[in-house]
Design a protein around this ligand. Structure first.
Ligand code: BTN
Length: 285
């Protein structure tokens, strides 16, 4: 455990998250209406889904310093050291068909990378469908969960885990290469300021996602520009099959379009992607 703090960007960090800073900074915004902070919780997503079912307002945010049953995609777990990273979920009640919920994951990722880039200067990228990467290492992940009734989306919970001040070199037993903002910059970042910037960006993107075609095209273009896999040769593992090919792009439903080695054009809505370096060496990003 490190004792000495290095340079802090933004305001001073404490081991424990200070929700007061967030409440003050966001008081006039969509995500400042109802902010719940928990020192320890099972999962912010599960907690917020329960609140959503009881009628919680759009914009409700749940932040935790620690999760003891954090959820990842595809039924995995999400581990994070107490007091070092960002673990939070936000509630949206969009007027969207279920087929377009992916756009919310997309804007959440964009808000995340804008905030990380703005405070740390790191050039972070999005790895389809919902990971945040720096180089070939995972910095964070998004878990999107939603409820649909008679074809209408009732609510969407967007959850993000982002490695901020954690030092992975001090040991971790993750199965993938992980990094943190601290590990990349050797600077500690105010988690409160990072989250605040992210939620401000998210509100702007959320309005654009509900805007005209030009605004939505702009979002889509930005997301594609920040995509790590477009134009790369990848292997996608869906649980049922493993397919290799070159990524042509991501379509409006968020599906990955792959041109297979045999020249077929195939569409995938979910799966795990690994980028192929060459025939003998492959790296799971
Ligand atoms: C993934 O990469 O598999 C997605 C990870 C998402 C983790 C976050 S942490 C905050 C929120 N609450 C959860 O239980 N999961 C998400």
């Amino acid at each position: 455990m490190e004792n000495k703090r290095s340079e802090v960007v933004g305001c001073e960090t404490t081991e424990s998250f200070n929700p007061g800073l967030l409440i003050e900074a966001l008081k006039d915004s969509l995500f400042g209406k109802h902010i719940i902070f928990k020192e320890s919780i099972g999962s912010t997503n599960i907690f917020l889904k329960r609140l959503a079912q009881k009628g919680a307002v759009e914009g409700t945010v749940v932040v935790a310093d620690e999760q003891n049953a954090g959820l990842g995609r595809l039924g995995r777990q999400w581990f994070s050291k107490k007091g070092e990273n960002l673990l939070f979920s936000v509630l949206l009640r969009p007027n969207l068909p279920a087929s377009r919920v992916f756009v919310l994951t997309m804007i959440f990722a964009l808000a995340g990378i804008d905030a990380v880039q703005g405070l740390s200067g790191l050039n972070v990228m999005i790895k389809w469908p919902n990971d945040i990467y720096i180089g070939q290492k995972k910095l964070g992940g998004i878990l999107t969960e939603f409820s649909v009734r008679e074809g209408d989306v009732q609510y969407v919970v967007l959850g993000m885990g982002l490695n901020v001040n954690w030092n992975p070199e001090l040991g971790n037993n993750l199965l993938y290469d992980a990094s943190s903002i601290y590990s990349e910059t050797k600077k500690r970042i105010s988690r409160e300021m990072l989250l605040c910037n992210m939620l401000e960006r998210l509100e702007i993107y959320y309005q654009k996602a509900d805007g005209d075609m030009k605004e939505r095209d702009g979002l889509f273009k930005k997301w594609n520009e920040k995509s790590l896999v477009i134009g790369r040769t990848v292997a996608i593992e869906t649980g049922k099959e493993r397919v290799e090919g070159e990524v042509e792009g991501i379509d409006r439903d968020g599906a990955l379009i792959l041109i297979t080695a045999g020249g077929q054009r195939r569409k995938f809505l979910c799966g795990d992607v690994s980028v192929k370096m060459n025939f003998s060496k492959q790296r799971h990003l």
